[in-house]
Design a protein around this ligand. Sequence first.
Ligand code: MN
Ligand code: MN
Length: 269
Amino acid sequence: MKLAKLALIGFPYDENSSYLRGAAQAPPVIRQAFRCESANLWSETGVDFGASALHDAGDVTMQTGAAALTQIETAVADLLAQGYNPISLGGDHAVTYPILKAFARQYPRLSILHFDAHPDIYDEFQGNRFSHACPFARIMEEGLVERLVQVGIRTATRHQREQVERFGVEMIEIKDWRDDWPLDFDTPVYISFDLDGLDPAFAPGVAHREPGGLSTRQAINAIQSLSVPIVGADLVEFNPPQDVGGLTAMVCAKLLKEIAAKMLVNEWQ
Ligand code: MN
Ligand code: MN
């Protein structure tokens, strides 16, 4: 059995958030919840992250503007060059475009499984092409991945539907979701997980609370159902100042544990 080398990296960065800042505070809060003594470090699937190596590359000291996006791309490229499969702790969703630029060089065949309330595929938002509402427009127009499959979507506008059509995105709207939905891929997969894909009852610590979302259980089941190598992931849009009693922090820690466990066995099943 081939085991992946996993690395955590934090991007305390929310410059491209359109409504509320605060996602920059997430990385240390997620780490703390991951190590919280209220839970053990075993995944549901039998991986012990107390014993297994989960290299922590720390948080990047972020600059601003274009320099920040370059920092993110470079940090991820460096980890990939060292043979790590990175799990990025955001930050707002703007981090995913530079992350995928680095991944596309390493993985010429790659698909994204994207959990979100929002398609994040505006051509521009409030005059900003690098807004957290735009990363998947940039990723698709540059052809960085073969497929983009979106789950949990419940806010698509006419413009975003046109963008989805234009780029051939597979947008599974939550109104159509069924728990046995087959998430079949024939390439390695990158998971981009925006916490607002979950219902705010489960994950209130987000800037854009959109009712009617996935349960934590539905999201974990979908992830555990994948049967292809998961080569990278990000957890984004957790906004600690909006959290209630540390609830969303623990959801992030749980998702981190289950995604990392899935990534560890890095072979086709
Ligand atoms: Mn998003
Ligand atoms: Mn969102």
